[in-house]
Design a protein around this ligand. Structure first.
Ligand SMILES: Cc1cc2nc3c(=O)[nH]c(=O)nc-3n(C[C@H](O)[C@H](O)[C@H](O)COP(=O)(O)OP(=O)(O)OC[C@H]3O[C@@H](n4cnc5c(N)ncnc54)[C@H](O)[C@@H]3O)c2cc1C
Length: 559
């Protein structure tokens, strides 16, 4: 077992000191330069839970406490004295306060509004590091103790419950969970709100609003994820999609002074957020979960002032005028001087109920050297009849004991290149099973066994296979582009040198210069990551392309 990577860089200070650091007089003076000093009275509430705009307070004299109010009283979370400061990640995102901050002893505080706090963390690297570390650790504590403003009542056997919990987790939002299958006293709670089994999952939002099987958008609205963001404001750069490519573009764009808005139809993280452990991303020798990696990127983008609209997908690009405009689900048009499309692709998944349990733990969507090492000397299954499946089978056969290629059709002739079919036929370590599909996956922490069925004979077979490679292709999320941009035969976006003179003429490319690298057939609109034709489906390449595109965005803005 490898150790998980720490969420933030280690220091010599203890975890408690990092979470609630006491600043030096010199550091306090630097903060004072960004804010104003004001007196506090014992009992005075400085921040109310649910308050939309939260100031930052540094205690000069006196004491503050942070409590989480609930229907039955208050839960004390922390106390802060001279040299210590209030706040957590909500201060960066501009979301509503999760806790109440009250003075318990009279004294004096330095107060900063959000803009001044952002300016401080961006310009003072020492204080920026101390404050960001404390904010993240405090959020981690709130999540660990379920000290949020949301209660989810659901069942582990219900896919909608899993969706709601995943949405809150991916947004780094603390919540408490009541398992209806286990909690005996819960019926009383359901009766109190007049709820039946058909309403599951139920979400109690800020102790006030009860949502029955809510959509992600309803949850985002109720928790105010998008409050304080004006979508109708003209931006330098609008990024569509908050996977690794979009988040990288947001970090580079915002840190280089651009006014950046990101639209995300679901939650930040994209496909990478679903990966239990990414072991090949530079700088993380012991691996990092996709959720941790993208959560850091999300916070980093917010630190530099990028804004993210959550659960608001782009439904159309208005490309017939400048500035361009994005239409979003249930909202006004979003005008943009430049656009980066980072909407990724949907890997076609197998319709097996426990598939997600084994993703990254025996089920793979890529066959690289790393995966090949994992299954050295073992029996493996490759699902799919296209070239990617053929390449994977031939490659894996070099290290695996045996490779079973499962295809639903009656052969490979129509879907795979001739040379690959020959190699598969000639390789005794590979056998091709036509008319066959996987019907069951078994195991606990890791895949241990699979069952497949021959659809012609109806025969099933169970084998101790611990590694399955799903190579059934990916569909790009480009349906919403509605003819605005040149796509390749499979619907991926064509960019830069891949665009032929004929395609540029057909697209009425208006400029004397050729499209920049990663620029689409529409000037000032870029495509990065998995959605781009010819892209290598890796986190690192998505991040690299997101950062490269920003360099060209600057050039377009200066044209
Ligand atoms: C299970 C799994 C494990 C993986 N493991 C690894 C690994 O170990 N190492 C590695 O390098 N790569 C791995 N990959 C591949 C890697 O995750 C992808 O290459 C990478 O996530 C691509 O990033 P992206 O930002 O281009 O797209 P995505 O990650 O797909 O993100 C696209 C985002 O756009 C959003 N979106 C889509 N349409 C719209 C719209 N209309 N409006 C607004 N938002 C929209 C989506 O909700 C999503 O959040 C793995 C992939 C999977 C599925």
């Amino acid at each position: 077992m490898t150790e998980p990577a720490p969420l933030i860089q280690p220091t010599l200070a203890s975890p408690a000191e990092q979470t609630f650091p006491t600043l030096t007089p010199a550091q306090i003076e630097r903060i004072a330069a960004h804010g104003r000093v004001r007196p506090i009275l014992a009992g005075e509430v400085l921040v109310e839970a649910g308050q939309p705009v939260i100031p930052f307070f540094l205690v000069k004299a006196g004491r503050l406490e942070a409590v989480r109010p609930s229907g039955t009283g208050e839960t004390r979370i922390a106390e802060q004295g001279p040299g210590q400061f209030t706040g957590e990640v909500t201060m960066l995102s501009g979301r509503r306060a999760l806790v109440r901050i009250r003075a318990i002893e009279p004294g004096e505080v330095i107060e900063l509004d959000r803009e001044n706090l952002l300016a401080l963390v961006q310009t003072d690297s020492e204080l920026g590091e101390i404050i960001m570390r404390a904010f993240i650790l405090r959020r981690v504590e709130l999540i660990a103790h379920g000290l949020g403003d949301v209660v989810v009542l659901g069942s582990n056997h219900c896919s909608a419950t899993l969706r709601v919990r995943e949405f809150l987790t991916r947004n780094g939002h603390p919540y408490s969970y009541i398992d209806l299958d286990r909690d005996a006293g819960v019926q009383e709670l359901l009766d109190q709100f007049h709820l039946g089994a058909e309403d599951v999952p139920v979400l109690i939002c800020r102790g006030e609003v009860v949502l029955r099987n809510p959509t992600n958008q309803q949850i985002a609205d109720c928790l105010g994820f998008n409050e304080g963001i004006d979508p109708s404001q003209l931006r330098d750069l609008v990024i569509i999609g908050a996977g690794p490519a979009g988040l990288a573009a947001a970090v580079y764009g915002a840190s280089e002074g651009l006014d950046v808005l990101v639209l995300e139809s679901n939650a930040p993280g994209g496909q990478a957020g679903a990966s239990s452990k990414i072991e090949n991303y530079l700088g993380f020798p012991t691996g990092i979960s996709g959720q941790d990696l993208t959560a850091r990127a999300y916070t980093q983008a917010q630190k530099f002032g990028a804004q993210l609209l959550i659960a608001k997908g782009a439904s159309r690009l208005a490309c017939d005028r400048k500035p361009y405009a994005l239409e979003i689900d249930g909202g006004p048009r979003v005008p943009a001087r430049t656009v980066i499309i980072a909407t990724g692709a949907e890997y076609r998944r197998l319709a097996l109920p426990n598939l997600s349990q084994f993703e990254g733990a025996g089920m793979y969507y890529a066959a690289t050297f790393m995966e090949a090492q994992l299954c050295a000397g073992e029996e493996v299954v490759v699902v799919g009849g296209g070239n990617s499946a053929g390449q994977a089978a031939v490659f894996l056969a070099q290290t695996a004991r045996h490779v079973h290629v499962l295809v639903r059709s009656d052969g490979l002739a129509e879907s795979m290149s001739r040379y690959l079919i020959r190699r598969i036929e000639d390789n005794p370590a590979i056998d091709l099973r036509t008319h066959t599909e996987l019907t069951a996956l078994e195991g606990s922490d890791h895949l241990e066994r699979v069952r497949w069925r021959d659809n012609e004979t109806g025969d099933t077979e169970t084998r101790d296979v611990r590694h399955v490679f799903v190579m059934t292709g990916a569909s790009p999320n480009t349906h919403w582009l509605d003819g605005c941009i040149a796509l390749d035969a499979k619907g991926f976006i064509k960019t830069g040198p891949d665009l032929s003179p004929e395609e540029l003429t057909a697209a009425q490319w208006p400029l004397a210069r050729a499209p920049f690298l990663l620029e689409t057939s529409l000037p000032g609109v870029f495509a990065v990551g998995d959605v781009r034709g010819g892209n290598i489906k890796r986190v690192a390449s998505a991040v690299g392309e997101g950062s490269i595109a920003v360099a060209f965005v600057h050039q377009v803005l200066h044209e």
